[in-house]
Design a binder for this molecule. Structure first.
Ligand SMILES: [Zn+2]
Length: 135
């Protein structure tokens, strides 16, 4: 008995192809099948079609940018839309990168605000302690 590497069904000993799925099951020294030879080409085509579908026009038009800037000015909607643009699938790459950069700066400024706030609190605390020592 031979067992198919693909679907695991059994075939008679002399069989060259799987009775279940047609996969070539001759010994390991057999010629590689077309599927073995050209998977990378197929992957490349797949990649290219994906690429083409995702980015038919890499440019974001002026009107689109104007709308982007307008939406970003809105208090909560702007922040939500930045996340949508940064991580959404159908956003043009340049706009997605812009949204990511904006989010990163926002994160940095929030961290800095916390640090400065903590430093300020520390200063206030030490001042009041010093004042408490004097008076
Ligand atoms: Zn099979």
């Amino acid at each position: 008995m031979r067992y198919c590497p693909k679907c695991n069904s059994s075939s008679p000993d002399g069989a060259m192809f799987c009775a279940g799925c047609g996969e070539r099951i001759e010994g390991n020294n057999s010629e590689p099948s077309v599927n073995d030879l050209y998977p990378s080409v197929e992957n490349n085509i797949h990649y290219q079609t994906n690429y083409g579908r995702k980015e038919p026009d890499p440019h974001v038009s002026v009107g689109d940018w104007m709308l982007t800037v307008l939406i970003m000015g809105l208090p909560i909607v702007g922040l939500v839309m930045l996340f949508v643009w940064a991580f959404g699938n159908d956003t043009k790459v340049s706009k997605a990168n812009f949204a990511k950069a904006s989010l990163i700066w926002m994160g940095i400024s929030i961290v800095l605000a916390f640090l400065f706030g903590a430093a300020l609190m520390g200063m206030v605390a030490s001042f009041s302690q010093a004042a408490g020592g004097y008076f």
